[in-house]
Design a protein around this ligand. Structure first.
Ligand code: SF4
Length: 201
């Protein structure tokens, strides 16, 4: 009598968020100690101290691992950005996922030539993003006006002239997707140094 196909033993798939986003390595005590800070505070009962710091590490780690960028490309650099999002370079593995609306994005990748006509739109998109937010300027055009620096009357000569801040600059015409990744990693380093509590640097 046929017994039918033998039942194969299947291994349970172990998967959790840390397979995708690297968890912070177990922090040695001295690192935790270094990151703890005593902050003086007052409440109804009087004055006292609270210890903050590890929360900073955790919050920064969460933020740097979930950078959702506004997909905003105005010229040829945008093609490289598309490459970066595609499977070969795969920004998603950094937790960097593109969004089509500023209200769900915390990273503005300004990617391409910005004309004066577009400047107001860039500003509006930036202001529609929720805090905290970061800006990466990508490519020569975004950073300085690029090849249009000298003779063009209609190109903005640097996105830092129209936005309150730019966190990271990625030079090139166009930069390769590897350079984009470097820019994102530099921003991640910057985020990890941010102080959310206590005496801000
Ligand atoms: S920097 Fe070069 S590649 Fe990028 S938008 Fe300007 S001209 Fe195009």
């Amino acid at each position: 009598m046929s017994q039918g196909p033998a039942k194969r033993k299947t291994k349970p798939i172990k998967s959790n968020i840390f397979d995708v986003v690297p968890a912070p390595a177990e922090l040695p005590k001295n690192v935790i100690q270094k990151n703890i800070e005593r902050v003086r505070g007052t409440c109804q009962g009087g004055e006292g101290f609270v210890e903050v710091g590890v929360a900073d590490l955790f919050i920064n780690w969460c933020r740097k691992s979930s950078l959702w960028y506004l997909f905003y490309a105005t010229a040829c650099c945008g093609i490289e950005l598309m490459q970066g999002g595609a499977s070969k370079y795969d920004f998603d593995r950094f937790g960097a996922v593109f969004r089509a609306t500023p209200r769900q994005a915390d990273l503005l990748l300004v990617c391409g030539t910005i004309s004066h006509k577009m400047a107001e739109r860039v500003q509006r998109l930036y202001h529609q993003m929720a805090e905290p937010k970061w800006v990466i300027a990508i490519g020569a055009c975004t950073i300085t006006g690029g090849p249009f620096y000298k003779d063009s009357y209609c190109v903005v000569k640097g996105v830092d002239l129209i936005l309150p801040k730019v966190d990271v600059y990625v030079p090139g015409c166009p930069p390769r997707p590897e350079a984009f990744i470097d820019g994102i990693m530099n921003l991640q380093k910057l985020i990890m140094q941010t102080k959310n509590f206590g005496n801000k640097a």
